[in-house]
Design a protein around this ligand. Structure first.
Ligand SMILES: Nc1ncnc2c1ncn2[C@@H]1O[C@H](COP(=O)(O)OS(=O)(=O)O)[C@@H](OP(=O)(O)O)[C@H]1O
Length: 366
């Protein structure tokens, strides 16, 4: 090197040469690392050429990111087919380690939900969502977004931004039980996507009403008794259908509204009762409905005697058993049996209509 030859001292020259050699190898390592992160635009080669082709073929940034992910999985030796949504030939999800790594890299995109648990309030919607989250191809937002009822004016971008990042083929979900009784919700969800899959967890409307009342009572202990709120006039026995605890249980009426916008085949009804007695059986139907492999099975559940409900042996992202919190599975107050019977009589015709519409007898009327 010309500069080093100008240094007279042999020791200084040797130190200088070593310094230059170390600097070169450091720069080469940095360049190599840079290329590994797929940002090396100047280096020709098959990987770079594929990435460029992906970029040119993609209509937008998210499509390009998806294409990059596929390449990355291929390089990691995982066929993209193994993490596509269910379907024949699907060999199952990507290994959690790979999916986890990609998520840690901030990979994946936020998508509008393809499936929504729309109701019903106190039906068992939290249990269903928590159980579904165990599935590696389901990502769900934990809190209730209330987009299609309370926050619609905030717009779809706001809604999408609430969603977790998902990889290609993973299903984005949310649950907001009040959608089922919101008049505008069917039209709004259909406007987002008429292909949205809808799930409704239904429960005996009488116990549902008592559960609803129990929740309100826990927040406002001074409210009137369930019996007095049930009737417009106790002596005539006229039921107060304007009381939301009663109104929500008239499932046939609410369903009619949804059927104006969605075909029956796009709505799945989950039995709230069976979700407690046979969670794996109900989860099997939900996974089929979502086009996913049946990964959640009876091996995932155990019955917790103290809680009195099925719980997860391992919650999503944890190795510990998990039951739902104290607000799920409250003790209900004793209700006058005559009032309960009056409510049973009131709901019977609506239940019959609902069984007829759904083609399923939920067994609330014996
Ligand atoms: N596994 C498990 N653990 C605990 N609780 C369970 C479970 N499965 C279903 N349930 C029933 O879910 C009821 C609450 O329903 P939701 O989650 O839909 O309520 S909410 O609308 O979100 O407030 C809740 O109602 P209450 O018993 O009246 O509290 C439970 O009966």
């Amino acid at each position: 090197m010309a500069f080093s030859s100008t240094i007279a001292d042999p020791l200084a020259r040797s130190i200088f040469k070593k310094f230059v050699a170390m600097l070169c190898s450091l720069l080469m390592s940095l360049f190599f690392l840079y290329c590994l992160t797929d940002r090396c635009h100047t280096m020709p080669g098959p990987i770079r050429a594929e990435a460029r082709a992906d970029y040119l073929a993609a209509a937008d940034l998210s499509q390009w990111q998806e294409a990059r992910r596929k390449r990355l999985l291929q390089k990691l030796g995982t066929s993209p087919g193994t993490w596509q949504l269910g379907g024949p030939g699907s060999a199952g999800p990507a290994s959690p380690a790979i999916v986890g790594t990609l998520s840690l890299l901030g990979d994946g995109t936020k998508k509008l939900p393809q499936a929504i648990i729309i109701g019903v309030k106190k039906g068992g919607t939290r249990a269903l969502l928590e159980f579904l989250r165990v599935h590696p191809d389901i990502r769900a937002v934990g809190a209730e977004p209330h987009f299609f009822d309370r926050n619609y004016e905030k717009g779809l971008d706001w809604y999408r931004d609430l969603m977790p990042r998902t990889l290609d083929g993973q299903v984005t979900m949310e649950k907001t039980p009040s959608y089922f009784v919101t008049r505008e919700a069917p039209a709004r969800i259909s406007a987002m996507s008429k292909n949205t899959k809808l799930i409704v967890v239904v429960r005996d409307p009488v116990t549902r009403a008592i559960s609803d009342y129990t929740q309100t009572l826990s927040k406002k202990p001074d409210i009137p008794t369930f019996e007095s709120l049930t009737f417009k006039n106790r002596t005539t026995g006229l039921i107060d259908t304007s009381w939301s605890a009663i109104q929500i249980g008239i499932y046939a009426k609410h369903l009619e509204n949804w059927l104006q916008y969605f075909p029956m085949g796009q709505i799945l009804f989950v039995s709230g009762e069976r979700l407690i007695t046979d969670p794996a059986g109900e989860l099997g139907k939900v996974q089929d409905f979502l086009g996913l492999k049946r990964i959640i099975t009876d091996k995932h559940f155990y019955f917790n005697q103290t809680k009195g409900f099925p719980c997860l042996k391992k919650a999503e992202g944890s190795s510990k058993p998990h039951c739902l919190g104290k607000t799920k599975g409250r003790t209900h107050p004793n209700i006058d049996p005559e009032v309960v019977q009056r409510l049973r009589d009131f709901y019977r015709p609506f239940n019959m209509k609902f069984y007829q519409m759904t083609g399923h007898n939920f067994g609330w009327d014996h």
